[in-house]
Ligand binder design. Structure first.
Ligand SMILES: Nc1ncnc2c1ncn2[C@@H]1O[C@H](COP(=O)(O)OP(=O)(O)OP(=O)(O)O)[C@@H](O)[C@H]1O
Ligand SMILES: [Mg+2]
Length: 241
């Protein structure tokens, strides 16, 4: 009785309500950051999204499937134990052979996979396991011209896994730019979900690593609020699934 009351209390507690562990099954939730376009913010959003859920009380890990090793290098250089930053664990690519092995790591509520800026063979393993494929896009003319690639990527992920949730997130948004709305409109015309949350062009996203932490260790509250809004929106989509 006592434990039931405690469990009910934690379940109803608002700060607990965005925990992925309340909606996960036996396996961790897998969120994959993907886009064949380079420099759109996959690695930045992958790590900081994991850091958001970690802060919410979920055990989170990141996997770096990009040979460039952006996230791996951050851990090599800024993590004291080489495997934890802001509570988020790095699962090194050498620690498993098949991506399916990640599904057994139920000590984690969430595993975020960062992928390279090309259509790697590994995506064929990663998409079928993913609960959410998140595709960052920059609101620039060049990204507008590459919009068919964004649309194709979403279709590829859906073809590999009809149950996967997908969404484009506008990153490095400059709020005075018309391009945010233009890109959103073009994608929505093609039935591509564009998240309400937009992540601004903010200097702390280029240097939070120096705090050996995440964006939540900087004093940029706007950037933190954007990542939190992204996490909440992804959570809501996953929990309605
Ligand atoms: N919202 C943002 N505001 C400012 N700078 C950002 C933002 N998001 C990412 N950046 C910066 O843009 C650059 C590219 O970001 P990132 O490395 O995350 O992109 P990527 O898609 O993973 O690139 P690649 O395709 O090369 O792996 C980095 O220097 C990063 O610090
Ligand atoms: Mg990257």
């Amino acid at each position: 009785m006592f434990f039931t009351l405690i469990r009910t209390f934690f379940y109803l507690c608002p700060s607990n309500s965005k925990k992925l562990q309340t909606i996960m099954s036996d396996s961790p939730i897998i969120i994959t950051l993907s886009h064949q376009k380079g420099g759109v913010g996959k690695s930045t959003l992958a790590f900081n999204l994991a850091a958001y859920f970690q802060k919410q009380g979920d055990a989170c890990a990141v996997v770096d499937s990009d040979l460039q090793g952006t996230i791996t290098e951050i851990y090599n250089n800024f993590s004291e134990d080489k495997e934890t930053i802001a509570g988020v664990k790095l699962i090194r690519r050498s620690a498993f052979k098949d991506y399916k092995e990640l599904l057994k790591l139920n000590q984690f509520a969430l595993i975020v996979i960062d992928t390279p800026p090309y259509l790697s063979e590994e995506l064929n393993q990663i998409y079928p396991l993913s609960d959410f494929v998140l595709v960052p896009t920059k609101p620039s003319v060049k990204d507008y011209l590459a919009i068919s690639k964004t649309i194709n990527l979403i279709r590829m992920a859906k073809a590999a896994n009809p149950n996967v949730e997908t969404g484009v997130v506008i990153n490095m948004a400059v709020h005075s730019s018309k391009f945010n709305a233009i890109i959103r409109e073009e994608l929505e015309k093609e039935d591509v979900r564009v998240l309400k949350t937009e992540i601004g062009q903010r200097v702390e996203f280029t240097r939070y690593e120096l705090y050996a932490g995440s964006i939540f260790d900087t004093d940029d509250e706007k950037a933190q609020a954007e990542i939190a809004a992204l996490g909440k929106e992804v959570f809501t989509i996953l929990s309605n699934n």
